[in-house]
Design a protein around this ligand. Structure first.
Ligand SMILES: O=c1ccn([C@@H]2O[C@H](COP(=O)(O)O)[C@@H](O)[C@H]2O)c(=O)[nH]1
Length: 263
């Protein structure tokens, strides 16, 4: 990025972070050091993580001191200062006399946004992934399933010239990809429901089944990411009244709400 800036003699004035994951905001630290007047924009939720990246592995470890395997540059960017905190609603933003539109797209993270540039290109962050990512990862990293589905449907309705996917490049239409995402989400949800159809299932067993079914690599990072995703499906199923949580003999069990409780 900096090479392009230098070759073209650009004067960078602002960075807009769609969300706080290290692969998206990890460059802030470098640019803020090199261009001290640069403005950094992010929503409040994401700002907490951008300014204090330790929160990311901390959240993955339920607030406990994170496992060593989670202390790496992929999960924990270098800290940077957000100079402009964005309100979490759709609105226009003037940067250097140019009008940008902020579009809320929660689901991957709670405070994620997309940005429509003055030439009507929508930068979607990680609201939706390209085909390569769909093939590479058996389940998609979404932490709020209901909001993810709303955001995918919102993307379909926005009237722009093209879309830029951080993991997937530029495209003119997202219709097929949105369908594909919705199918994958249903498939994951149905698989989880199947696992608890007849017996209560522990959270650990559910994560194990999901990792095995979707060929997820056996390492601490993938296990942590998968656990987070599985939890987000359980919350979704709990909210729709399909599952209940029970702690039995010290084990957190997920039970289908139609199951009768043995005396
Ligand atoms: O199991 C997973 C792991 C990651 N993702 C998301 O995919 C993109 C790309 O990840 P890479 O590891 O660079 O291929 C990233 O935003 C992850 O959040 C996923 O959906 N499922």
């Amino acid at each position: 990025m900096d090479k392009i800036i230098l070759e073209n003699d650009y004067q960078p004035t602002a960075i807009i972070n769609t969300h706080s994951h290290a692969d998206h905001c990890g460059g802030n630290h470098f640019f803020q050091k090199k261009y001290p007047d640069i403005q950094i924009y992010a929503t409040r939720f994401e700002t907490h993580f951008i300014e204090d990246p330790f929160l990311e592995p901390l959240c993955f470890c339920l607030g406990a001191l994170p496992f060593q395997e989670l202390r790496n540059k992929f999960l924990e960017a270098k800290p940077s200062k957000v100079t402009n905190v964005l309100k979490y609603e759709d609105h226009t933003l003037d940067i250097g006399g140019q009008s940008f539109t902020v579009v809320t797209l929660p689901g991957h993270t709670q405070g994620m946004i997309g940005i429509i540039s003055p030439d009507q290109v929508l930068y979607v962050g990680d609201a939706i992934f390209g085909e390569e990512t769909l093939e590479k990862h058996g389940i998609l990293f979404y932490t709020d399933i209901a909001k993810t589905k709303d955001s995918l449907e919102k993307l379909e309705r926005l009237n722009v010239n093209s879309y830029v996917l951080y993991h997937g490049g530029e495209r003119l239409s997202l219709s097929e990809l949105i369908e594909e995402h919705l199918k994958m989400i249903e498939k994951t949800k149905d698989f989880i429901l199947e696992q608890i159809a007849e017996h209560s299932t522990s959270l650990d067993f559910l994560v194990q089944q999901v990792m095995s079914q979707f060929n997820i690599a056996n390492n601490v990072i993938q296990h942590t990411l998968t656990s987070a995703v599985v939890r987000s499906y359980i919350t979704e199923l709990q909210q729709s009244g399909q599952v209940i949580l029970v702690v039995d003999n010290g084990l957190l069990q997920i039970r289908h709400s139609s199951q009768t409780i043995e005396p």
